[in-house]
Design a protein around this ligand. Structure first.
Ligand SMILES: C[S@@+](CC[C@H](N)C(=O)[O-])C[C@H]1O[C@@H](n2cnc3c(N)ncnc32)[C@H](O)[C@@H]1O
Ligand SMILES: [Zn+2]
Length: 278
């Protein structure tokens, strides 16, 4: 299923014990923690692209505190995955969502992120999944129609590549920060739903939509972790304990020109192209 990332090659990669090899002889080592780096030099703008080790560690501490547990439950409920699914998470970060859901459900899990520290952290903790360093905005190094579900959780939105690697009956779940997300730290954000639906309109149809929110009482260290893990400009730099809201807009799409098993299986609430927020 993995393809060689070398430009103008893109042949299937075969596995040897500690490396992957394409028929043209391009070879990629498996890292000690188990991930595979398929990022090509021309696909990155800096030496250390994506989230820094500090941001990855801060986000993991927040996940580990249980702050994002209600968001995880809402994502699980909406994606309706089963053990036969093959799931790609584009911009998987430290692997929390994909790795936890794979353990709960038993599906075949594949995570991609451009940040080596993120993918390394994911591979160390969630050994049963496959973790790849790649630029999800460019070429996703997988064969056409490899996946039954693609996830993008506050991460990348490459509609063309998502559609290519998704089966015709597949589902795409996109999670966006909702306007109230981190409102105490950043003020109210933009509503990004309409623009996101437009981004995917050529390849996908929106079939379900939900807004999920949770609030957590964070100590000063956890507030600092939130600040470390975000990129938005901050109105203030609090160093005190405070209650912080976490909120996501979840959008479930089906691929255009394909029957959507997820749509049929889930309790879709969208009629005549209109959707509502629960
Ligand atoms: C806000 S974080 C979300 C991480 C994870 N989905 C979560 O919710 O915990 C965004 C992630 O996208 C990754 N990223 C940024 N640009 C990327 C790209 N071009 N391709 C793949 N991943 C990228 C970052 O390294 C980071 O891990
Ligand atoms: Zn090759």
């Amino acid at each position: 299923m993995l393809l060689c990332p070398v430009r103008d090659c893109h042949m299937a990669l075969g596995r040897e014990e500690r490396r992957l090899l394409c028929p043209r002889g391009h070879s990629f080592d498996v890292a000690r923690s188990g991930y595979i780096n398929l990022l090509q030099p021309q696909e990155r703008r800096s030496k250390h692209p994506g989230d820094s080790a500090a941001a990855v560690a801060a986000r993991r501490r927040l996940h580990d505190r249980g702050v994002t547990e209600p968001l995880l439950h809402a994502i699980a409920e909406m994606m309706v995955a089963g053990p036969r699914d093959i799931v790609l998470d584009a911009g998987c970060g430290d692997g929390f969502y994909l790795g936890t859901l794979a353990r709960q459900t038993g599906f075949d899990a594949h995570g991609v992120d451009i940040s080596t520290p993120a993918v390394d952290a994911a591979a160390r903790r969630y050994r049963g999944c496959e973790w790849i360093v790649a630029n999800a905005d460019r070429f996703l190094p997988y064969a056409d129609r490899s996946f039954s579900i693609v996830l993008s959780i506050t991460a990348r939105m490459n509609a063309g590549e998502f559609r290519r690697v998704l089966r015709d009956d597949g589902g795409l779940l996109v999670a966006l920060p909702a306007p109230e997300d981190l409102v105490e730290l950043c003020g109210a954000g933009r509503d990004r739903v309409v623009r996101t639906v437009e981004t995917f309109a050529h390849d996908f149809t929106l079939v379900d939509q939900r807004r999920v929110a949770t609030a957590a009482d964070l100590d000063a260290a956890a507030v600092h972790d939130v600040l470390l893990s975000i990129y938005r400009p901050m109105r203030a730099q609090p160093t005190e304990a405070m209650r912080v809201t976490f909120s996501l807009d979840l959008l479930l799409f089906r691929a255009v020109s394909g029957r959507c098993r997820l749509w049929i299986g889930s309790r879709s609430r969208v009629r005549s192209g209109m959707c509502r927020t629960r």
